[in-house]
Design a binder for this molecule. Structure first.
Ligand code: C2O
Ligand code: CU
Ligand code: CU
Length: 496
């Protein structure tokens, strides 16, 4: 059974030594000027494997309070804890099964972002869990090692549920990644890092008033659930598995003094080879795995600098593009355990079969619409024949930032405005940022799961845009199968 004790419960016990001597940029106005605390590491979710070989997990969506800023008790929501959720971990080829209990006072859902799985277990807006109810999805992990995540997806209320704290990481392992000499000791040199921006009222309550046109923006960065965190590093190299878990904020991540890092993985898994970079941009929902090298005793700061990719954005300042944040301070111990040099090659990109059978589809992003339509739970926007590779072109025709996320698949970006993508967009992706007036050509394979009733979603992952209806639905159908979507009575749906 999953312990109901939150992983932040023990924060008051952080040794006092951590509170002294860190040089860190003063917190922005509006956040508590507190001294740094150790970065909380979400526990790995307990699981049991029965004689049937199925790995079973239990998660509970619940409310609680979290000391997100020192000395304040913030009402939050979490999975099996007061905020965020345990890191779920399973291997490729393994069958997994979940018991998810909703202890909240309103309906929620749990979506497995980045996962290839049957649509009825996808956890989108058609798989709501009523208060007090239990949902039990199960599937076989059939994709390469990757850093995925899980979060609520109730139509019209996703931003609220994620903002309150519901999000967790889902790590997939496989033999190929195990065979690589990469930092992989969880919480030691393999660090999960969920980055979110929040605003607090004076009493420490999360402030969800005054949403901008990109949704809620905060002036305080919380990492793994707390503001002003630092990480003590004990090894020469450290791997950061970073999730942009924010509603609408883009991050332009870099280390201080132009320190380079190696990008080893994007949304869907490891790259063919490490790529040396000085900065990486992540829009909401995107992940990146970075490896950074430290010297003994060094202090290194992970920051977010103003967004440079802003052509065509009209109100950049209002959308947070000018903001600078300290995300996390890494403090290297005075003696570091040596780490192996990174392998020169990682995981080759499996080429997608060339698209033949299926049409090319295009998606125009504008205002809260995709192809001039807003989401209708009772409208299937398209059907995809199973076992096809499709090419989708996506274009942001707006002066707002948007991104594009597809359920069920990982895609390859074939081209950005007709030219091959930069290295950080060359690996497997499930979410891509779309600069205005730029065309992104994506290839994806709809391998096997079919369902005439339950659709998958595609949408902008700026959660306010998604809630406003910047989303569509597709069925994957077997040959000869007829669509038979469920009709929902939206009047009976309540999000509290
Ligand atoms: Cu991460 Cu449809 O969402
Ligand atoms: Cu998703
Ligand atoms: Cu959008």
């Amino acid at each position: 059974m999953v312990s109901r004790r939150g992983f932040l419960t023990g924060l008051a016990l952080v040794p006092a030594a951590y509170a002294a001597g860190c040089s860190i940029r003063p917190s922005p106005a509006g956040s508590a000027a507190d001294s740094p605390r150790a970065l909380p590491i979400p526990p790995q979710a307990p699981s049991t494997v029965g004689p049937d070989g199925v790995r079973r997990f239990a998660l509970r969506a619940q409310s609680g309070t979290t000391e997100m800023i020192r000395g304040k008790q913030t009402p939050t929501w979490g999975y099996s804890g007061s905020v965020l959720g345990p890191t779920v971990r399973a291997r490729r080829g393994e069958q997994v099964a979940f018991t998810i209990t909703n202890d909240l006072s309103e309906p929620t859902s749990v979506h497995w972002h980045g996962m290839h799985l049957p649509a009825k277990f996808d956890g989108g807006p058609h798989q709501m869990i009523a208060p007090g109810a239990v949902w039990a999805p199960h599937w076989t992990i059939a994709q390469q090692a990757a850093t995925l995540w899980y979060h609520p997806h109730p139509h019209g209320a996703t931003e609220k549920h994620v903002h309150r704290g519901l999000s967790g990481l889902f790590l997939i392992d496989d033999d190929a990644s195990d065979a690589l000499d990469l930092p992989k000791e969880y919480g030691v040199d393999d660090i999960p890092l969920v980055i979110q921006d929040r605003r607090f009222t004076d009493d420490g309550t999360l402030d969800d008033s005054d949403a901008t046109d990109v949704g809620l923006l905060g002036d305080t960065i919380v990492t793994n659930g707390i503001a002003n965190a630092h990480l003590t590093v004990t090894t020469e190299r450290v791997r950061l598995r970073i999730l942009n878990g924010s509603s609408g904020r883009l991050y332009n991540l870099s280390f201080n003094e132009g320190r380079k890092f190696q990008l080893i993985a994007t949304d869907g898994g490891l790259l063919p080879e490490p790529v040396t970079l000085e900065r990486i941009q992540l829009s909401p929902g995107e992940r990146a795995e970075l490896v950074v090298t430290l010297g003994a005793g060094e202090n290194v700061t992970l920051r977010s600098l103003p967004i440079t990719e802003r052509a065509g954005i009209d109100r950049a300042a209002e959308f947070g593009f000018d903001d600078t944040f300290t995300i996390l301070t890494l403090r290297a111990a005075s003696g570091l355990r040596p780490s192996a040099a990174l392998p020169a090659t990682l995981i080759p990109m499996r080429a997608l079969a060339s698209p033949t059978t299926a049409p090319t589809r295009s998606f125009d992003l504008q205002w809260f619409m995709i192809n001039n339509r807003r989401m209708d739970m009772n409208r299937i926007d398209m059907t995809v024949p199973v076992d096809t590779t499709e090419v989708w072109t996506v274009r942001n025709k707006d002066n707002w930032p948007h991104n594009f996320h597809v359920h069920d698949v990982q895609f390859q970006i074939l081209a950005v405005d007709g030219t091959p993508p930069p290295p950080d967009l060359s690996g497997w992706k499930d979410t891509v940022y779309t600069t205005p007036d730029t065309t992104y050509t994506l290839a994806m394979h709809f391998a096997d799961h079919t369902d005439p009733t339950y659709p998958y979603m595609y949408h902008c992952h700026l959660l306010h845009h998604e809630d406003q209806g910047m989303m569509g639905q597709f069925l994957v159908l077997a040959p000869g199968q007829q669509a038979a979507p469920m009709q929902m009575d939206m009047g009976s749906m309540s999000h509290g």
